[in-house]
Write a new protein. Structure first.
Length: 263
């Protein structure tokens, strides 16, 4: 099985400057590449369908929205949520209507148990000590909403073209591509990613990163996340190769992160 991780970007004009794609095998990073925009990532995924071995690709954006928001807008399935994002996502990002926040003049909504800002999978990750942010946050430090909305808008087309998306689709058989939502922080550890020096120390101590790739991995936070996520996924290829379709209603509406088992 081939294992890739994509550090995604929601940047409207310069996503190619941020997106990084890494490939790893168990115990060894194979490559880190940049220069791809969102459309180019889609072309890469479609090209991987025709390989002679299965591929799992980790994408670091949210594959869904909180269930209450989806149903309020008439979506009862995850593909319908993607359709909402394709139809209304740019307006959400432009106008930032509640519960979205992060643009100038907007505020984070008050906590409401009936309208949680986190999906169940994000809350479960927090229960493990991780700190995923709400997809409704589209601006400010660490915001993931913009990239997620623009990523969700593409998932339906990719799936229609034959790329599987977990948890709706199971792991590929002898060939094919499956996308899984990942949270790179679960695989990078507690390093201060904003520090190039800290990234360099982490990479230098990791025997899975060949010397010839260290500079590329350290160069940006995006490359670091992609590389460490790909390596973390490659440590669990047996589990990824056995991923089943999930049947619980929440996962089928909100999506679900794949996380490595706790250490």
């Amino acid at each position: 099985m081939r294992t890739f991780a994509v550090d995604w970007s929601g940047d409207a004009r310069s996503a190619h400057r941020r997106i990084r794609v890494a490939e790893a095998r168990p115990g060894r990073l194979r490559s880190v590449r940049g220069g791809l925009d969102r459309d180019s990532v889609g072309e890469l995924l479609l090209g991987l369908r025709d390989g002679d071995e299965p591929v799992v690709v980790g994408m670091d954006f949210s594959f869904g929205l909180a269930g209450w928001f989806a149903t309020t807008h008439g979506a009862t399935t995850l593909p319908q949520v993607w359709g909402l994002a394709a139809r209304d996502g740019e307006r959400w990002l432009r106008e930032c209507p509640p519960p979205f926040w992060g643009r100038p003049g907007t505020r984070k909504p008050a906590e409401d148990p009936a309208r949680p800002l986190l999906r169940r999978t994000e809350q479960e990750a927090r229960d493990r000590g991780l700190r995923p942010l709400s997809t409704f946050q589209v601006g400010g430090a660490g915001a993931v909403g913009t990239g997620s909305v623009r990523g969700m808008a593409l998932l339906g087309g990719w799936r229609a073209a034959g790329v599987g998306v977990w948890p709706l689709d199971a792991a590929p058989g002898p060939a094919g591509v499956l996308l899984v939502e990942v949270y790179p922080r679960a695989m990078t550890g507690p390093v201060v990613k904003s520090s190039a020096a800290a990234r360099a120390v982490t990479v230098a101590a990791d025997p899975r990163v060949p010397a010839g790739l260290r500079d590329d991995v350290v160069a940006t936070e995006d490359a670091f996340d992609a590389a460490l996520a790909a390596l973390g996924m490659a440590e669990h290829t047996a589990a990824l190769a056995a991923l089943p379709v999930l049947s619980d209603p929440t996962s089928l509406l909100e999506g679900r992160m794949w996380l490595p088992p706790p250490p």
